[in-house]
Ligand binder design. Sequence first.
Ligand code: 5GP
Ligand code: ZN
Length: 113
Amino acid sequence: MDCLFCSIIKGEIPSTKVYEDEQVYAFKDINPMAPVHVLIIPKTHLSSINDVTEENSAVIAHIYAVAAKLAKALGISESGYRVVSNCGADAGQTVFHLHFHLLGGKKLNVEMG
Ligand code: 5GP
Ligand code: ZN
């Protein structure tokens, strides 16, 4: 399967790694929208939140635990941050490998829709 983020996980496409374990990979967004902009992705390919089921959802909880750990390590846990996943066209999803944006380090736009 031809997937940009699967290629990044395999190291076929370079990325700036922030964190990795057996379940997830986290790396700097190539086009940062905030001083801290990290993408956290499951190593198992899921296209979007639409692919999350009761059977595979444990990784999502783990991603949030990693987000909290990275926020602390990157110095934004107290100032605040946002974790967001875009699903589909109306949300502006452009890469169809499930990913969670970790954004912080500035006052973020409050727009939610
Ligand atoms: P989406 O719009 O699907 O929610 O987010 C996709 C994100 O992936 C965007 O913020 C975009 O900047 C980032 N991105 C796209 N291609 C690459 C890449 O090759 N490397 C990295 N590090 N980020 C990428
Ligand atoms: Zn993938």
